[in-house]
Design a protein around this ligand. Structure first.
Ligand code: N01
Length: 542
């Protein structure tokens, strides 16, 4: 079959890409490994899974009727509610007829003689298309567990990113959780309510902030809906894809009391970024950052009653905000329960999983269930999981062997007509993903329309533009504290992965303007080639 575009992934990026292109008259096929839409929200069904961006922001803005009619029930939506929303969107815009579920893309090759991509899936089908669009998510491939013997465990083992849809009842069980990132921190307080014993294996403590989740009132929903258009527009030119707060001062421009009062106000809002954006130097000045980090550590010490446990939970290994902070409901409080214990893997390293449980350098523990919350091969994992070969058969894996290289996080030199939605080199995971997804999808759709109107068959980023962009991404990152941390932003959580800061930290608004400027300047930094006869242009498919 021949399509104008093949899109990989039916999460929020792939769904909007399909809708936008179809409306423009392009023929599109979406290939999705899961059995339904929703991407990350389809797979991550662990108890307690919620979005850490507020529901009234974490939703599409492209259709005024959609954003007016959908009713979010809580400040932070649960995974089931977000999945219902994804399904509602799929129904409302009749998306399913162009999505092929339970289909994993294996390889994609650019054929220069025909200027087409040949996409092969795990069913052995080969699809041909002009444009190949990876909308495969930034946190969609779990990293290899990498713990010796992990398959030897005779009890039940789970991974937060591939949770059984029917759910799990841990009542009366001895449960272990490995990892203390966002997934673990969300799920543990719920599992602790069921389990007879919960043992937390922590290698690096995270900074976690209280979500203060609650039901949304009718009034606040109505108030937001009354100003949704202006609110979304502010988000489009903000730092993180949600309207900015005032950041006029540095942390040492105010007295100690004023600084602590600002952090306390930010703590009470129950949001991910408010402490980080209390002052304008927290991500660039270690001393300034220390004030925020110590504020959060003191909160941990005030919540956790056992001072030794509190100290083990206090993050001291990286600056605040340089690994993504977590939002929790009752995480630190959970350690005050007598049936919850904390194992510090820095003191007693994990040796292996055993048939009965987990062995550290000091103790062997027995469990009924182990939950692995060990994270993802972030940002590049899903892209290189497909064997992508560009012009001349160049494998993308080889091109990216020293780290990802893109122009604007949208295109890759040597890989004509390939687009990556929220790819490395774009703000993506540092922002509200919905804002980033819509901006990328709109840019790609407008670029494809431009090419159709002008009769261009092929677009490719120039090596020069790509190199300049990669240097800029690195330069901006190097001016911050981000590269200090062993984070998944740096690829540092996956053994052997190149250590490169992958997202763009120059601010979403500035990035958005740069993308618009490039397009407005006849796609500066791109080369067009080939020609499409007017007669071959597709008629509107509605
Ligand atoms: O994964 P993580 P995650 N032995 O990589 C530990 C998004 N998300 O799934 O730091 C022992 O953050 C590892 O320890 P260390 C969000 O962007 C969003 O929790 O490598 N421990 C770490 O503690 C988030 O940032 C939402 O020393 C091992 C943990 O496992 C991102 O997804 C919800 C280990 C992994 O933490 C990833 O979150 C959930 C080993 N061999 C996720 N290997 C919301 O929207 C790993 N660890 C709310």
């Amino acid at each position: 079959m021949k399509y104008d575009a093949v899109v990989v992934g039916a999460g929020f990026a792939g769904m909007y890409m399909l809708h936008r292109l179809r409306k423009l008259g392009f023929s599109v096929r979406v290939l999705e490994a899961g059995g339904g839409v929703g991407g990350t929200w389809y797979w991550n069904r662990y108890p307690g899974a919620r979005c850490d961006v507020q529901s009234l922001d974490y939703s599409y803005s492209f259709d005024e009727d959609l954003q007016q009619e959908w009713e979010w029930s809580e400040k932070y939506a649960t995974q089931p509610e977000i999945l219902r929303y994804a399904n509602h969107v799929a129904d409302r815009f009749d998306l399913r007829r162009d999505i092929q579920f339970d289909t994993r893309v294996e390889s994609a090759r650019f054929v220069q003689s025909t200027n087409t991509w040949q996409i092969e899936n795990d069913g052995g089908d080969v699809l041909s298309c002009q444009f190949y669009i990876m909308a495969s998510g930034c946190l969609s491939v779990p990293k290899a567990i990498g713990i010796p013997n992990h398959e030897a465990f005779k009890g039940s083992a789970y991974h937060t990113a591939n949770w059984p849809p029917e759910g799990v009842d841990f009542t009366g069980q001895r449960v272990a959780v490995i990892g203390t990132g966002s997934s673990a921190i969300q799920t543990m307080p719920i599992v602790a309510k069921q389990a007879a014993e919960l043992t937390v294996f922590q290698r690096t403590p995270a900074f976690s902030l209280p979500a203060f989740n609650r039901a949304l009132s009718t009034e606040e929903v109505a108030d937001r809906k009354a100003v949704y258009t202006e609110h979304r527009e502010k988000a489009r030119y903000s730092l993180f894809g949600i309207p900015d707060t005032d950041m006029a001062h540095g942390a040492f421009d105010v007295s100690d009391e004023e600084r602590d009062a600002a952090y306390e106000r930010a703590w009470q809002t129950g949001t991910l970024n408010d402490i980080l954006t209390s002052f304008n130097d927290l991500l660039v000045n270690q001393q300034a950052n220390d004030t925020a980090a110590e504020f959060v550590r003191n909160k941990i010490r005030s919540i956790v009653k056992n001072p030794d446990t509190a100290e083990i939970l206090c993050p001291k290994h990286f600056p605040f905000g340089t690994k993504r902070a977590c939002l929790d409901t009752g995480y630190y409080e959970m350690f005050n329960a007598p049936h919850v214990r904390l194992v510090d893997l820095r003191q007693t390293p994990l040796v292996s999983v055993t048939a009965a449980g987990i062995k550290t350098s000091s103790t062997e523990y027995d469990f009924d269930s182990i939950i692995f919350a060990t994270g993802f091969d972030a940002m590049t994992g899903a892209i290189v999981s497909v064997d992508i070969r560009g012009a001349g058969g160049l494998p993308l894996k080889d091109k990216w062997s020293a780290g990802p290289r893109t122009y604007l996080g949208l295109c890759i030199a040597g890989f004509p007509n390939l687009f990556t939605v929220t790819g490395p080199g774009s703000p993506s995971v540092l922002t509200n993903m919905m804002t980033s997804i819509e901006q990328h999808v709109d840019w790609i759709a407008e670029c494809m329309t431009f090419m159709r109107d002008e009769g261009h068959a092929v677009i490719e980023a120039s090596e020069q533009a790509e190199t300049a962009w990669v240097e800029h991404v690195n330069e901006v990152a190097d001016a911050t504290l981000f590269p200090v941390a062993n984070s998944w932003y740096m690829g540092a959580n996956v053994p052997g992965k190149p250590r490169v800061f992958m997202p763009y930290i120059g601010g979403f608004g500035a990035y958005h303007e740069k993308c618009d400027e490039v397009a407005g300047n006849t796609y500066d930094g791109f080369q067009f080639s080939g020609a499409v006869a007017k007669a071959e242009q597709p008629a509107s498919a509605g």
